[in-house]
Design a protein around this ligand. Structure first.
Ligand code: KDG
Length: 314
């Protein structure tokens, strides 16, 4: 008989990053310390929205690694898949804000997470989830992390899990031809590919939103959600395609909004929503995530999202 206590709804795999986010104070050297890392953001978003979420990564044996363990414990994110490398560091990134939006600067080369490799993958965790979430960043940080993602995806699928995949293209981490080859190969293995329009246009070289959805399907993605930022998203289950409008807010910082969308979409899919309804919920969650500073602090709870949805329906 299966021990249902060990089953998780959602497991994300990747690299958590300690965040230093530039404040709007007069001194541009003022930063507030927070937490980031796309897949960790996704797992926390999913936990706040009611899922049994877990995370797979490696942390450094440093105070930043300990901060992450405290954070995930507070957020109820299962850490059976988290290991510590005493001789490596936890990655860090800085967020600065300018006319073009936010910019990331990384201190992560050689980090503990980049040392992930297939032999150390916690197979029990990956095989005991209903949905695995991975990203292009999880693959870009090192060749062994990339191999680990492929093994995790194959193992999760073999165990019957859904796989969601956000290409999260970061050209500071890898060159476009390698990113493109890896990302297209991964699209062919996922249940739902959830790219941003900006990333898709770079990946596919040209085109428009409709062309990007078609290109993701051609690469093998069974379902596609193309995230359009303030314009909402386009959802295609391979048969039906629909534009799902955004919830309008006044954004303060969009860091992590796409990750919040991914978490919310996954939570609602697993709860039994059709993908269009799940995307409408995720649009609201992602919009609320832009109303505060940092990737994690403003992630909403289910009640916050429901309050907006019921106001809109009234
Ligand atoms: O989506 C937000 C993430 O990009 C941010 O938290 C940092 O994971 C990060 C990265 O590698 O850019």
């Amino acid at each position: 008989m299966t021990d249902t206590r060990s089953l998780l709804d959602i497991v994300a795999l990747g690299e958590p990053l300690i965040e230093f986010n530039q404040t709007r104070a007069k001194d541009p050297r003022d930063y507030v310390q927070g937490f980031g890392g796309d897949t960790s953001n996704m797992a926390i978003a999913a936990a706040r929205l009611g899922a049994r979420a877990g995370y797979v990564t490696r942390l450094g044996g440093d105070s930043f690694g300990r901060l992450f363990r405290e954070l995930w414990a507070e957020e109820g994110v299962d850490m059976r898949g988290v290991a510590t490398d005493t001789d490596a560091a936890t990655g860090v990134y800085f967020v600065t804000h300018g006319a073009q939006g936010h910019e990331f600067s990384y201190l992560r080369a050689g980090s503990a997470a980049s040392r992930m490799r297939p032999e150390t993958l916690p197979l029990d965790v990956v095989r005991s989830t209903r949905l695995l979430h991975v990203s292009g960043i999880s693959q870009a940080i090192s060749a062994t992390a990339c191999d680990t993602v492929f093994v995790a995806v194959d193992e999760a699928r073999a165990a019957g899990a859904l796989v969601t995949y956000d290409p999260n293209l970061r050209l500071k981490l890898w060159p476009l031809p390698r990113a493109r080859a890896t990302i297209l190969a991964t699209m062919g293995r996922c249940s739902w590919c959830v790219p941003s329009l900006d990333d898709a246009l770079v990946l596919f070289g040209s085109g428009d939103a409709a062309g990007a959805v078609t290109a993701c399907h051609r690469a093998g993605a069974r379902g596609v959600v193309l995230k359009l930022g303030a314009e909402g998203c386009i959802v295609s289950d391979g048969v039906r395609q629909e534009h799902v409008p955004a919830h309008r807010v006044t954004p303060v910082d969009a860091t992590g909004a796409g990750d919040c969308f991914d978490g919310a979409f996954a939570v609602r899919l697993l709860a039994g929503d059709d993908p269009f309804t799940a995307a409408a919920y995720a649009n609201v969650a992602a919009a609320l995530a832009t109303t505060g500073f940092g990737a994690v602090a403003p992630l909403p709870r289910d009640a916050d999202v429901r309050a907006v949805l019921s106001r809109a329906a009234a």
